[in-house]
Design a protein around this ligand. Sequence first.
Ligand SMILES: CC(C)[C@H](C(=O)O)[C@@H](O)C(=O)O
Ligand code: SF4
Length: 416
Amino acid sequence: MGQTLAEKILSHKVGRPVRAGELVVVEVDQVMVVDSIAGSFFKRLEYLNATPRYPERVSIVIDHVAPAANLEVAKAQKEIREWGKRLGIRVFDVGRGVCHQVLIEEGLAQPGWIVVGSDSHSTTYGAVGAFGTGMGATDIALAAASGRTWLRVPESVKVVFRGRLPKGVTAKDAALEMVRLLTAEGATYMAVEIHLLDGAEGLSRGERMTLANLTVEAGAKAGLVVPSGEILEMYRVPDWFYPDPDAHYVREVEIDLSALTPRVSVPFYVDNVHEVAQVKGKRVDQVFIGTCTNGRIEDLRAAAEVLKGRKVAPWVRLLVIPASSQVLEEAARDGTLLTLLEAGATIGTPGCGPCMGRHMGVLAPGEVCVSTSNRNFRGRMGAPDAEIYLASPRVAAASAVAGYLTTPEELEETHA
Ligand SMILES: CC(C)[C@H](C(=O)O)[C@@H](O)C(=O)O
Ligand code: SF4
């Protein structure tokens, strides 16, 4: 029987054919640590009396609460800088952006690499064919100290996206539909192997990141997008790097992109996904466009396209937080930023922003937020009863203008 992409990558690393279910020890190509976990990471290294074996393979990103929101965080970040210098570790400081976006931009995830991150959305690296996975501080510290980690070779679920997205429908809608079909636990500890066929191979790197990012919301260990399209131009993809046609999958799911409509994930469960049409009219207090899911330049442009010549509803706060300094620069250069500002948006420092409710847009009791992020469980952005509706940047922008949940198409109709 042939091998899945996860089995191929791990076999290549181990130097012999491996199968789902086996425990393997592999060399790690990149260890990523985020600000919120860095303190525990350093404590574990101290406890082990160890330093990173390959400091150049370790990156720390100050992104979750950046700039520091209080004294405690400020002290922790000061320590990160000191430790970074002492150990010779790369530190991406305040303003550089969300860890996953930064690592991809910096070329610190490559096809066939093992990237372990202290952050659950490390599956995002699968967009470029890296086996990216999230781990706790102890495993991350051991990976840094030894240069290796252990993994159970995951079983795989195959998700095939076919066709082209209709106008106004985005990769986020496709990703939400995928989570609905897989369910929040449907791919626990599995690799979600994503195939883009019959036109879907035209999806950009950023769009693939959105897909790989959301796989963890179905419980995935890794989300691997089989390289095609622009990835083949941007990266060196080895020829062994494809799953075999007779590989074994636990489950196979097909999504016809050409038949997709705008989606929204309704609180408090990520897989509670509906057509926007089914929940439209929900009054909105805050709209947040950003995060590792949808804070890229194409996302900001999509929002600006909807917002051009319009104003945000008087009762809505529109927060736009570019996923990285590169994204912010590009948005400044091409005029996207001005369009957003003219519509009434507030622009925040590149990073996670209010995504996990630590700062920069925490929700008060009873408030409703449309967010382009990936999680909407109770209390995620603040008050336990505040509601988060997950949607695409287009739907988020349209909802900011209307002041209630809607699509750009609906907005056109009501204004016509
Ligand atoms: C802080 C970090 C560990 C966390 C994660 O693991 O995902 C955060 O990024 C999140 O999205 O909830
Ligand atoms: S943007 Fe949100 S989901 Fe992504 S790493 Fe930051 S807190 Fe986690």
